[in-house]
Design a protein around this ligand. Structure first.
Ligand SMILES: [Zn+2]
Length: 473
């Protein structure tokens, strides 16, 4: 760290110290990634300042404990995961707010995702809407679309779950996932002049690539508006989407039309299984690394991520009609050389943490880490790609000494390096869902504007980092 610090704003303590220590002259280029001489000099010194593409990888509930557990179990305490290999790492705060704007110290995924998606904090449960007045807030994906970029969202959860939802929908409550789920969002219904459920809004936004679970939400029937009587899946087809349901369908998907991949009725089954943590602990266990619930046709997060990048890159290269455009400007109405924004979520790290299931949680973290590898390999070939890996909030699991006797749930694992490791889940009464925590979490990055993650920032600043890197207006 500290070999190439060149932050524009030196307001934050740790980063400012780094800059001072390295005695690098402060740089004052315009915030919009201007092509002026300062920026050109910087680009010559440090690579491009403007990103063509952004890949944002979110480990849901992936606090430092979750990362450490996956590292200890899979590559060993002295080993390094792919997510440990980013050149620049900082920490960010994740708190939500109440309706008066006062801090709510433990966030959920809806308020947290709204933070980076819109640059503004909101109330837990709300999807890209203001805390007090319930008004929609413009998202980073909407800005990317407006600026001509191709866009995508990939998750192991339902596509209507909070973290993917914040990008391309605005509802008063995260539970309003399909047209039959609108009870908590009366003013968002199409009948009341609202934008409809998260599923309907996602396809109405014409996000180019939507891959994940949640088929049952999209198979719900629409009861109001121009698509009345259709399911959301049928609406998506009407809007031009290719709908794919397994790995083979995904492999055959083409870039000339948007893609909706729905690989499970609900969340995509997790990769690993094992005994859940128990009161008084478990016998030492090794995790089962092939969950029989995953069929051969279920694509991994790594496969989804690879295909999403391929589709988005082909789309921006080929323009709207998917015909190759050698001029690089794209055809009329096409995207030409504009690049893409892709969000990838490893969702079930959080879900297995809630269930005090250490093997499920570690398997999902390892699967997420393989998606990180795909993103970093792409960026190695395309240095004008900003890659950011972070989490939306901390979670319950803690590594404790073997001799500890926690009052809640715990489990002893035998790691790949043959050592025992004890995991404790005690943020709620045994039998209840274990809880998120209010801790700061890691944010790591490489590529244009990556230095903005250094020091201690807030997750709302990630919105500005992406917006600045892509020069979105
Ligand atoms: Zn959660």
């Amino acid at each position: 760290m500290g070999t190439r610090p060149h932050r524009r704003r030196l307001a934050r303590g740790a980063a400012a110290l780094l800059v001072a220590a390295a005695a690098v002259p402060a740089v004052t280029t315009a915030a919009s990634g201007s092509d002026g001489s300062d920026a050109a000099a910087l680009a010559a010194q440090h690579g491009p300042k403007k990103a063509k593409n952004v890949i944002l990888l979110i480990g849901d509930g992936m606090g430092d404990s979750e990362i450490t557990l996956a590292r200890d179990y899979t590559v060993g305490a002295g080993g390094r995961l792919n997510m440990d290999r980013f050149p620049l790492t900082g920490a960010y705060t994740t708190y939500a707010v109440d309706k008066n704007g006062k801090p709510d110290y433990v966030t959920d995924s809806a308020a947290s995702g709204t933070g980076w998606a819109t640059g503004r904090k909101t109330v837990n449960g709300r999807i890209s809407k203001t805390p007090g007045t319930d008004r929609p807030m413009t998202t980073i994906l909407e800005l990317a679309q407006k600026n001509g970029l191709a866009t995508g969202s990939v998750t192991t959860a339902e596509l209507t779950d909070a973290t993917p939802a914040v990008l391309a929908s605005h509802v008063g409550d995260r539970s309003c996932q399909g047209p039959a789920d609108m009870k908590a969002c009366p003013s968002d219904t199409i009948g009341k002049g609202g934008p409809g459920s998260i599923a309907e809004q996602s396809v109405n936004h014409k996000v180019d690539v939507l891959l994940g679970g949640g088929r049952a939400r999209f198979d719900q029937r629409i009861t109001e508006g121009p698509y009345r009587g259709m399911t959301v899946t049928e609406q998506a087809r009407r809007l031009g989407y290719q709908v794919v349901r397994d790995g083979e369908g995904l492999r055959g998907a083409r870039a000339d039309r948007p893609v909706l991949g729905l690989f499970a009725p609900g969340n995509i089954p997790v990769e690993w299984t094992g005994r859940p943590a128990a009161v008084g602990g478990t016998a030492p266990q090794r995790c089962v690394t092939n969950n029989p619930e995953r069929t051969a046709g279920t694509p991994t997060l790594e496969q989804q991520t690879r295909k999403a990048i391929e589709l988005l890159e082909a789309k921006q290269r080929g323009g709207k009609n998917g015909k190759g455009d050698k001029s690089g400007k794209g055809d009329k109405g096409g995207r030409g050389d504009k690049g893409f924004f892709l969000q990838v979520e490893g969702a079930s790290i959080d879900k297995r943490d809630h269930s005090a299931d250490p093997c499920g949680q570690i398997g999902e973290t390892a699967a997420f880490d393989r998606a990180v590898r795909v993103a970093r390999a792409y960026a190695a070939e395309h240095p004008d790609t900003l890659v950011v890996t972070t989490a939306d909030h901390g979670h319950t699991s803690q590594i404790v000494p073997l001799e500890a006797n926690p009052p809640g749930l715990s489990s002893t694992l035998v790691t790949d390096e043959g050592q025992q490791l004890k995991v404790n889940y005690s943020t709620n009464t045994p039998g209840k869902s274990q809880e998120h925590t209010g801790t700061q979490v890691r944010i790591a990055a490489q590529g244009p504007q990556a230095e903005r993650v250094l020091g201690v920032t807030d997750q709302t600043e990630l919105f500005t980092t992406i917006r600045t890197a892509l020069s979105l207006r």
